[in-house]
Ligand binder design. Structure first.
Ligand SMILES: CC(C)(COP(=O)(O)OP(=O)(O)OC[C@H]1O[C@@H](n2cnc3c(N)ncnc32)[C@H](O)[C@@H]1OP(=O)(O)O)[C@@H](O)C(=O)NCCC(=O)NCCS
Length: 166
């Protein structure tokens, strides 16, 4: 990749490029506790959220490199804490796309008045995600042992991460 990715709000025509990224990540079953048989229609309704949530894409030119979905972590009395999910195309990883997506989500949450951001299910051993989130100020609040069944590693933990927002 030669230029930094741009982040913008998801537009309907992006789905054709977001779906293959979602499908590959979810079918691999290494990083998301989603049903690997999730249909395209179900995937779109899971991933593409409208206000008060937001879905974004990272792109260079017309090429979508990654995507994020962000929303209130819980309804009602839990709605002042944000959460989010992030996926980068395998071919675009390790080039700053994930960092740009997470930083944009943090900026969005801070601007929207959220008090913090919580991740509920970061797979233990997902080194890229663990390092990226730690680098952006998230701390691991706890780990549910064996809560995620990896096809290659067996049962591993799910971390809960949190970062307060200014
Ligand atoms: C996790 C993910 C979003 C990171 O996106 P990315 O574009 O590859 O990450 P970046 O290039 O922005 O790297 C940001 C930081 O993450 C860490 N990182 C990224 N790839 C890494 C790797 N292969 N090994 C170790 N650390 C890595 C580094 O700390 C890196 O910072 P640095 O470049 O200053 O060293 C991406 O790997 C992905 O989509 N994985 C599959 C889905 C997933 O795991 N989503 C998150 C679920 S919680």
């Amino acid at each position: 990749m030669t230029s930094l990715p741009q982040i913008r709000a998801f537009a309907a025509e992006d789905w054709a490029q977001v779906w293959p990224i979602f499908r590959e990540v979810v079918r691999e079953q290494e990083t998301f506790a989603y049903d690997p048989g999730t249909s395209e229609r179900e995937a779109r309704s899971l991933w593409v959220v409208g206000p008060p949530g937001r879905t974004t894409v990272a792109h260079t030119g017309g090429r979508v490199l990654g995507t994020a979905s962000m929303y209130a972590n819980r309804p009602g009395p839990g709605s002042h804490i944000a959460s989010g999910s992030f996926m980068v195309a395998r071919s675009a990883r390790g080039e700053g796309v994930g960092r740009a997506l997470v930083q944009d989500a943090l900026d969005w949450a801070a601007a929207g008045g959220f008090a913090g951001m919580q991740f509920n299910a970061v797979v233990e051993g997902n080194t890229a995600a663990e390092r990226l989130y730690a680098d952006l100020g998230f701390v691991t609040v706890g780990t549910v042992p064996g809560a995620f069944e990896s096809p290659t590693r067996g049962r591993v933990g799910l971390h809960v991460l949190y970062r307060p927002l200014p």
